[in-house]
Design a protein around this ligand. Structure first.
Ligand code: GDP
Ligand code: GDP
Length: 437
């Protein structure tokens, strides 16, 4: 499971700037999906040895609400689920009374804390950290989030302390766990019901053993001679405590499950319609590059006009998921559930397909012929050949000249061409450009 680093500190110390710096490698990708907005609170950090989950608690407390607000429940939860806390302070301000108060509270939590002195570009770095020794959090780390100074070293330092298994599995390999399928969705969307269905009744209960709130459950099963592992984000809970639905929902657990999976089933509650949380989850799935099947659940008992409404909402609010297959199911009655796994198989097959260099190059040539890349500074961008650079998600690497100038619209044009020609349903597709040779 990905380690979790949570950013804490007064407003304006630079938490969201640091968050953006640690997660911003994904920006180009988001541009490939018009309409997609990023989750500004939870992200996958890839700067440094990564990946890791990074949580910005900054959206919650504001200056007006003071320190109390910082400690409210959501923050509390994010802190509980953290492996490591970054306590950010502002080099210009020195240690303020509020900083001291927050530290006192943080210390009681017994979590590993690193004191991060941000904005160290604004003063002499040695002076910048001197005042913060009084916080008693050990040696302060001077960084500049805006300029990226000290950030890599900071992450290296944390990773050296994290209890993580370095036994990285090959994400594309279908090992003895089979296809790893994460079921994600809002609380009460029907994930547990769907898992019970998929497994053929009540098997989940046997996994209902005590554990921390952090655990997702890995449930191996077999179907038609094929192995799967379901990753259940609804997690450890008893039927009797269903009213805790909101409580049991954890963005962190969901992100971890997505990262662990090959294919994600996004479960959407047809009775509730498509909400903001669905869009946020969809954004996380796209950023992860995992294959995707959308299950619109609770399809039973809906009138035809209601059904039409849900479909319309989906294609409007989640337009950027047009590569994924929509699947209508009723977890409660079982209708459509068997077919769901067929869709998972297909999405996985597409996500892990081998794409030959001659085929990709031919497709590139025909796309370029039909619609030339633009002139930049009087020279035409040249795209020469393409080959596969990865699977799950498929990555197509395009070689040429001046490729750093390829405009977003042209990138999108190529993605659509490749997607259609290769019939890559159910998986995001990534393009990478290389200049020279
Ligand atoms: P948050 O409220 O803790 O999330 O703080 P923000 O990330 O919104 O940053 C508050 C202000 O500090 C913004 O104007 C940032 O541009 C600025 N800032 C953040 N990091 C740095 C830094 O490393 N150096 C300087 N000089 N300014 C920074
Ligand atoms: P989770 O929080 O996503 O795991 O959701 P649950 O599986 O616990 O389901 C939440 C509620 O929705 C329960 O009362 C289920 O009985 C109900 N539910 C789940 N699937 C369906 C369905 O297909 N149709 C209807 N009508 N209700 C469902």
């Amino acid at each position: 499971m990905l380690p979790v680093i949570t950013l804490i500190g007064r407003p304006n110390v630079g938490k969201s700037t640091l968050f953006n710096r640690l997660t911003r490698t994904r920006d180009a990708l988001v541009a490939d999906f018009p309409g997609l907005t990023r989750d500004r609170q939870y992200g996958i950090g890839r700067v440094g040895p990564g990946p890791y989950i990074i949580v910005d608690t900054g959206g919650i407390g504001t200056a007006a609400e003071g320190v109390e607000a910082l400690m409210e429940r959501q923050v509390q939860r994010a802190i509980e689920e953290a492996d490591h806390l970054f306590f950010l302070v502002d080099a210009k301000d020195g240690a303020t009374p509020e900083d001291i108060e927050i530290v006192q509270r943080l210390r009681r939590l017994g979590k590993p804390i690193t004191l991060v002195v941000n904005k160290s570009d604004t003063t002499d770095p040695n002076l910048a950290v001197a005042d913060f020794h009084q916080l008693g959090l050990g040696d302060p780390w001077a960084v500049s989030a805006t300029q990226g100074l000290g950030v890599n070293k900071l992450i290296d330092h944390v990773f050296a302390q994290l209890p993580i298994d370095t036994d990285e599995t090959d994400e594309t390999a279908e090992d003895d766990q089979g296809i790893r399928v994460a079921l994600v969705g809002r609380p009460n969307a029907g994930k547990s019901t769907l898992i019970n269905r998929l497994l053929g009744e009540e098997r989940l209960v046997t996994f209902d053993s005590p554990g921390t709130t952090r655990d997702s459950i890995f449930i191996p099963f077999e179907r038609l001679g094929r192995r799967y592992t379901l990753i259940d984000t609804a997690g450890l809970r008893r039927r009797a405590r269903v009213q805790d639905a909101i409580e049991k929902f954890s963005v962190i657990k969901t992100l971890q499950a997505i990262e662990e999976s090959n294919v994600v089933i996004l479960v959407i509650d047809a009775h509730e319609g498509v909400g903001e949380q669905d869009a946020t989850l969809a954004g996380h799935i796209i950023e992860s590059g995992r294959a995707l099947v959308v299950a619109i659940n609770k399809w039973d008992g809906l009138q035809p006009d209601e059904r039409e409404h849900v479909r319309e909402q989906f294609s409007r609010k989640l337009a950027f998921l047009d590569f994924a297959k929509l699947h209508l199911v009723s977890a409660l009655h079982g209708s459509g559930v068997g077919l769901l796994l067929d869709e998972v198989d297909k999405a996985y097959a597409n996500a892990t397909r081998n794409l030959s260099t001659p085929e990709l190059t031919r497709l590139l040539e025909s796309a370029v012929q039909e619609h030339q890349p633009p002139l930049v500074r009087g020279r035409r961008i040249k795209l020469r050949y393409a080959h596969q650079g990865g699977r799950n998600p498929p990555i197509i690497v395009i070689h040429g000249n001046q490729t750093e100038d390829v405009p977003e619209t042209y990138r999108r044009y190529l993605i659509n061409r490749f997607r259609k020609a290769l019939n890559l349903l159910g998986t995001p597709l990534r393009l990478e450009f290389k200049s020279g040779s």
